[in-house]
Design a protein around this ligand. Structure first.
Ligand SMILES: Nc1ncnc2c1ncn2[C@@H]1O[C@H](COP(=O)(O)OP(=O)(O)OP(=O)(O)O)[C@@H](O)[C@H]1O
Length: 245
């Protein structure tokens, strides 16, 4: 079953066409990567899907229901979770409190239930020992993991990740990949991953959607996309700094 469907999504900023009639459908429990050069429109698409940016045209459905006009909060309650390219944790709060904020996206939970849900999420991510730490005291890698945990604590049906590996060292990237695989099998959720780390994309994604100048130029398995002439020309070709190792 399709969990998320965007049809004809267009976003104009003045004279700039950031997205042009983009169609994307994500199936339940599917792992999809969204790739393309800088400025291709990837983050804009995530912002439109999550309601941060209103589209100029197009429709979005979550679980078969239109969310095109829904608030960001309503979308989160309906099962959309995301992380941001530049983290948005509350620096002065503890790790536990930050994850409780994510858990509060599920309505009707008491304070005690929020805390218990947040602790469970942290344990699952191997971060239980960090619960009392302040965000400002964490390493960059741990901050990114806490962000992911906060998104998961809202029990999303689909998780949108905006460059989660940016700034991580190779050991941290391996750890992130292991966690993402585990998250997907444990939580049975769909994942949409924006990432420039092509090694990671090719190893994790079942399907890849490629944007260039706001248009979808290719879509398919990692093998098919890597061999697609339009993708090679726009993004992954010889000499490109994005090409997979
Ligand atoms: N708020 C905005 N106002 C004007 N232009 C914008 C705005 N947000 C994005 N853009 C433009 O829209 C285009 C798409 O940007 P977007 O950030 O979605 O690309 P991206 O594929 O995520 O790039 P990157 O890989 O660098 O993160 C770019 O040309 C960008 O400058």
């Amino acid at each position: 079953m399709t969990i998320l469907r965007a049809q004809g999504v267009t976003k104009r900023y003045g004279g700039l066409l950031a997205l042009s009639e983009v169609d994307v459908a994500i199936e339940e429990n599917e792992f999809v990567a969204l790739i393309g050069p800088n400025g291709a429109g990837k983050s804009t698409l995530l912002n439109v899907l999550t309601g941060l940016t209103p589209p100029t045209a197009g429709t979005i459905e979550l679980g078969g229901r239109s969310i095109t006009k829904a608030s960001t909060h309503a979308r989160i309650r309906a099962g959309l979770g995301r992380t941001f390219q530049h983290g948005r944790l509350f620096d002065r709060l503890s790790v536990l409190e930050n994850v409780m904020v994510g858990a509060a996206n599920r309505p009707g939970r008491s304070e005690a239930q929020l805390e218990s849900a947040a602790r469970t999420s942290l344990e699952r991510m191997g971060l239980g020992h960090l619960a009392p730490s302040r965000i400002s005291s964490l390493s960059y890698g741990n901050r990114r993991m806490v962000e992911l945990t906060r998104a998961l604590a809202g029990e999303p049906r689909i998780l949108l990740l905006d460059e989660p590996a940016a700034g991580l060292n190779s050991g941290e990237v391996e750890d992130l990949m292991t966690r993402l695989r585990a998250i997907r099998s444990e939580h049975r959720l769909a994942v949409v991953l924006i990432e420039h780390n092509m090694g990671m994309v090719m190893r994790l994604a079942e399907r890849i959607v490629v944007l260039n100048f706001g248009r979808k130029i290719a879509e398919g398995t990692p093998a098919a996309v890597q061999a697609d002439p339009a993708v090679l020309e726009a993004y992954l070709g010889a000499g490109s700094s994005y090409a997979a190792d």
